[in-house]
Design a protein around this ligand. Structure first.
Ligand SMILES: Cc1cc(CN)n(C)n1
Length: 333
């Protein structure tokens, strides 16, 4: 089997990307944030207090003839940006891009934190990291990808995110028309449950390539590219009037400045993914006439995060084991 679904930026800053998902019988429609940095499929629901909702679609299990509550099961998750949610668990039919997962764990929110409430465009998340970090307790559940994997032509999914334009998540196949050149594969360390890999280094504009192992995760659910301070300082020291502005929450640049490209190395054959300078500006920073940089410090997080700013410059293959061990494929587009 194969699936293909369009994913769309939720706002003018490409802050997150949602895609349509149907749950239940008859189908209840949702717009969910596909997140390769977590492993819970959760939705706003009839259990979510009305003062924590803001127009989101809600899942009502009692209206689905295929819903079954998983008795005694619950979930609770918190994300790197401080947001969180928790609730109860049902199994139900979940359809994404023509692919149907029967008996998928659907995590119904009985509470959500403020940033979810205020993001009216997003009805929940589809976790696409490894099922080893699914939070359902006492019986851990599988991600949508793991649930449908046995039926897929190939155990892979791909992410093709775009700047201010619709992109695509494909399941079970690689669309050769979606990228240029070849795909460079690199091994994945999934010991922490993430799509972890090591980049071979970086390059600011047309400067020399700086060889430096940068270990991080490919995370479609994080907006920014979060890298070590030496990389971030090397980038912004090449930008006139760039400044690390605490009140803005990080590095800002003058909004009218053309920014250098930023490239990062993948694989052991010298391949690089180049983020055009235009995509390194995320728009007004909210303080002064400065704009917020797409590259920021991974500082105290404990890992580097290749989020949407990086991923939207690439066609990315999340391969869970077509060659035995999990790997990430990177191609320009
Ligand atoms: C809701 C959400 C998801 C992620 C990335 N995994 N973040 C940082 N926030």
């Amino acid at each position: 089997a194969k699936g293909s679904v369009v994913t769309t930026p939720i706002n003018s800053e490409d802050e997150a990307y949602d895609a349509p998902v149907s749950i239940g019988t008859p189908a209840q429609p949702f717009n969910l944030d596909f997140d390769t940095g977590s492993s819970d499929l959760w939705v706003f629901s009839s259990l979510t207090p009305s003062n924590e909702r803001n127009g989101q679609n809600i899942y009502t299990a009692s209206r689905s003839s295929t819903a079954k509550q998983l008795s005694g099961e619950s979930w609770k998750i918190s994300y790197g940006d401080g947001s969180s949610s928790s609730g109860l668990v049902y199994s139900d039919v979940v359809t994404i891009g023509g692919l149907t997962a029967a008996g998928q764990a659907v995590e119904a929110a009985s509470r959500v934190s403020q940033s979810f409430t205020s993001e009216s465009a997003t009805d929940g998340l589809v976790g696409l990291a490894f099922s080893s970090i699914n939070t359902v307790s006492p019986d851990q559940q599988t991600t949508f990808f793991d649930t449908v994997k046995p039926s897929l032509a190939s155990p892979v999914f791909t992410a093709d995110l775009k700047h201010q334009a619709p992109g695509t998540y494909n399941f079970g196949f690689i669309d050769k028309s979606a990228f240029t050149g070849s795909i460079t594969y690199t091994p994945v360390d999934n010991s922490q449950g993430f799509w972890g890999f090591t980049s071979t280094g970086f390059q600011v504009g047309n400067n020399d390539f700086q060889q430096e192992s940068i270990t991080g995760i490919a995370d479609t659910g994080t907006t920014l590219l979060l890298l070590p301070d030496d990389v971030v300082n090397a980038y912004y020291s090449s930008v006139n009037n760039a400044q690390n502005d605490q009140s803005a929450g990080g590095f800002t640049v003058p909004c009218d400045t053309s920014l250098p490209d930023f490239s990062f190395g993948v694989g052991n054959n010298g391949a690089m993914i180049t983020i055009p300078g235009s995509l390194m500006n995320l728009g007004p920073s909210g303080s002064g006439n400065s704009c917020f940089g797409g590259l920021q410090s991974s500082g105290t997080i404990g890992t580097n995060i290749f989020g949407d700013v990086a991923l939207k410059a690439a066609f990315v293959v999340f391969d869970s084991g077509s060659q035995g061990q999990p790997q990430l494929g990177w191609a320009s587009k």
